[in-house]
Design a protein around this ligand. Structure first.
Ligand code: CMC
Length: 427
């Protein structure tokens, strides 16, 4: 039995057999469907890409209805429990987890790239003290393109890997410099003896002590959060990365563009929006009235709902456990009670049940970040640092894809037909 789909065009009575490959049909096969020979041919129409596979990928496997997320086949729960962020980056980039020797060499390789060019500091100090950290992050990552002109050789796999390692090494440094700048604090250089997240916390928080040692539980909690945020297949920012990189733009400007897509409150900006929402609610007693406003369509319950998950986001479950571990060290974030009440009421409410709206990864992460001392505006940067690994692995996969093409969607034009510019229309 051949895997084909027969389409009958009731306008003409003609039938077409189109191939089914991996459960999909290629939209290009629809082009043969025409009424007149000189027609353009049929296209598929899918605003928001609700049902369009934009690429073939072997990186992240996501089953939204079952709440399953796997990187290169490994369940997210196991990676969070047994691995560390840099090993997960290795896995995303190379397809396999590193052995002990590879893991050490990899950590050293990334660590080698944690420093920023001194001129980057000058650039960053030009921002106002109240500049949003995501604006600073996006601009600085884009500016790295000017320091590494060889990065334009995107067809060379070695050049690509070098830029990818640079970006993984440098994003925490950029994020911490942005924070220090906003507080008028001196920049702290990386300490390469520390772990990836240990060094990040050092660059964020070190004051006059000769050496900063983060609490091991917080260092590990941040590492787990980074693992959870590392990749999430073809989401808005990753699609932006692939779109930009498909024109063969260099990875710095491409990552900056992806980070810009992440910034929006419907995507990575949701963690900041959740905290704003919890503060606005303020007290458990105000939760029912707030939920009613969401049901009336007046507001959205931030940190709830997902385009792909129609079940509990598996990352949110892990984040909830991490929150307990962090609060044991930092003390409980008082807003956690509001969040838990919000979750309890929403999960029992018909509106949310009917629409399969569950907490997503952003629902609890902001509470953890706040307890760890991160300012609210920096939360999306804490998403962007680990997601850089996902963007880069998807970029490297794209550049080696035999089906590589520049992204160029079609449109359904319904505007004016041809008409003449009136004589003397302008004053
Ligand atoms: N609160 C209240 N109602 C909602 C929510 C929400 N958070 N999310 C969706 N709905 C309703 C929506 O009003 C619609 O109802 P109806 O069918 O009556 O019109 C229905 O559910 C479907 O919504 P949609 O907008 O068609 O769903 P979508 O897949 O286009 O949007 C989403 C997904 C994540 C943008 C949306 O759920 C949302 O805005 N959530 C809040 C923002 C958020 O937490 N974003 C973080 C996503 S996870 C992290 C990441 O990957 O970036």
């Amino acid at each position: 039995m051949s895997d084909t789909l027969t389409i009958k065009d009731n306008r003409t009575g003609k039938e077409y057999d189109v191939d089914i490959v991996d459960g999909n049909i290629s939209a290009m096969q629809l082009r043969q469907i025409k009424v007149q020979d000189d027609d353009f041919g049929m296209m598929s129409y899918d605003p928001g890409y609700l049902n369009t596979a934009s690429c073939t990928s072997r990186i992240t496997d996501l089953h939204g209805s079952k709440g399953i997320l796997r990187y290169r086949g490994y369940p997210i729960e196991q990676l969070a429990a047994k691995s560390n962020f840099l090993d997960v980056v290795y896995l995303l980039f190379n397809g396999e987890l590193p052995n002990k020797t590879e893991s050490q060499a990899w950590a050293e390789r990334i660590t080698h790239h944690t420093m920023l060019h001194e001129k980057t500091k000058k650039l960053m100090s030009g921002f106002n003290y109240d500049a949003h950290p995501m604006g600073v992050f996006i601009s600085t990552v884009a500016a790295l393109s000017t320091f590494y002109p060889e990065s334009k050789d995107v067809d060379d796999a070695e050049v690509r890997m070098l830029q990818a390692c640079r970006l993984i090494g440098k994003t925490p440094t950029i994020a911490s410099y942005a924070y220090r700048n906003s507080r008028g604090l001196p920049y702290i250089y990386p300490d390469n003896e520390l772990s990836y997240t240990g060094n990040f916390l050092n660059m964020m928080y070190r004051m006059v002590e000769p050496r900063y040692q983060a609490h091991p539980a917080l260092e590990r909690a941040l590492d787990v959060l980074f693992i959870l945020h590392a990749d999430h297949e073809q989401n808005c920012s990753t699609s932006a990365m692939r779109n930009i990189a498909s024109s063969k733009a260099d990875p710095y400007v491409s990552v900056a563009g992806a980070a810009a897509a992440l910034y929006g409150p419907s995507h990575g900006g949701a963690n900041e929006a959740v905290l704003n929402m919890l503060r606005e609610i303020g007290d458990i007693k105000n939760v029912p009235a707030y939920v009613d406003k969401c049901k009336d369509g007046e507001l959205r319950l931030m940190g709830f709902g997902h385009r792909v998950y129609k079940n509990y986001d598996p990352r949110a479950r892990i984040v909830k456990d991490v929150a307990d571990e962090v609060f044991e060290v930092t003390g409980k974030n008082p807003l956690i009670d509001v969040a838990m009440e919000l979750e309890r009421i929403a999960l029992e409410d018909e509106y949310f049940v009917k629409r399969n709206l569950y907490p997503n990864v952003d629902f609890y992460s902001g509470l953890i970040y706040e307890a760890m001392g991160f300012p609210m505006e920096a939360f999306t940067v804490l998403f962007a640092i680990p997601r850089t690994a996902g963007w880069l692995s998807q970029w490297m996969e794209l550049m080696d894809d035999p089906e590589f093409r520049i992204t160029r969607p079609r449109q359904n034009y319904q505007g004016q037909g041809a008409r003449d510019v009136p004589d003397g229309y302008a004053s």
